[in-house]
Ligand binder design. Structure first.
Ligand code: ZN
Ligand code: ZN
Length: 201
């Protein structure tokens, strides 16, 4: 679905696949089971590169249903060139055809087709609070941006707002998806400036 890969994307892809190989060598931070390449990639897209979780435990951390997590992250992954290459790598490594839905995430004879998840628009809250944290992430992307963002958001108090500048083109896909999945509020996004409120619980 992507016709050409730019040289700077190639660097990000190689770095991502290197991370995925590393994660496959370690076990889920919560339950201790081994993870496959697809599970490793799902953790990276949500900012859990340093404490990766298996599919089940990642869903628990995100407080969402497993199938919903899988479908949403599959949609995110296949829309982003570097994540998509990571997905194709995992399919190759685990013996699946490039277009196949792998058995590890689509257990046999369950749903074999997938419909992209349609997300509703993020509504802008009435009360606009002053930003209390700022971070210029520069061109960071492809798993590293959300990793660092997750750490920084955890250092805020619930309700506090982060003003983030992220110039990587992938941020336009990654940040709204990350906010939806983690329950943080994306107040405004006018690339490259994003205002994110930390979730209240
Ligand atoms: Zn686990
Ligand atoms: Zn897999």
């Amino acid at each position: 679905m992507f016709e050409e890969i730019e040289p700077e994307d190639q660097v990000a892809i190689e770095s991502l696949i290197c991370d995925l190989k590393t994660i496959r060598e370690i076990n889920c931070a919560d339950c201790g089971t081994a993870m496959c390449g697809h599970e490793a990639l799902m953790s990276v897209t949500m900012g859990f590169k340093n404490a990766p979780r298996c599919w089940k435990c990642l869903s628990d951390v995100l407080e969402q249903d497993r199938v919903a997590v899988r479908n949403r992250l599959f949609t995110l992954i296949t829309r982003r060139v570097c994540y998509n290459e990571g997905w194709l790598w995992a399919n190759r490594e685990e013996g699946f055809e490039p277009e196949a839905l792998p058995d590890c995430l689509w257990p046999a004879e369950s749903e074999r087709s997938i419909s992209p998840v349609v997300e509703s628009e993020v509504s802008v809250p009435d009360i606009y609070r002053k930003s209390t944290a700022e971070w210029d992430a520069g061109d960071m992307g492809c798993g590293d941006l959300v990793l660092e963002l997750r750490t920084r958001m955890l250092s805020l108090k619930p309700g506090q707002v982060m003003r983030l500048v992220a110039t990587n083109p992938g941020a336009e896909e990654d940040l709204p998806a990350w906010c939806r999945m983690t329950g943080n509020t994306l107040i405004t996004s006018r690339h490259p400036v994003y205002m994110i409120r930390r979730k209240t619980i």
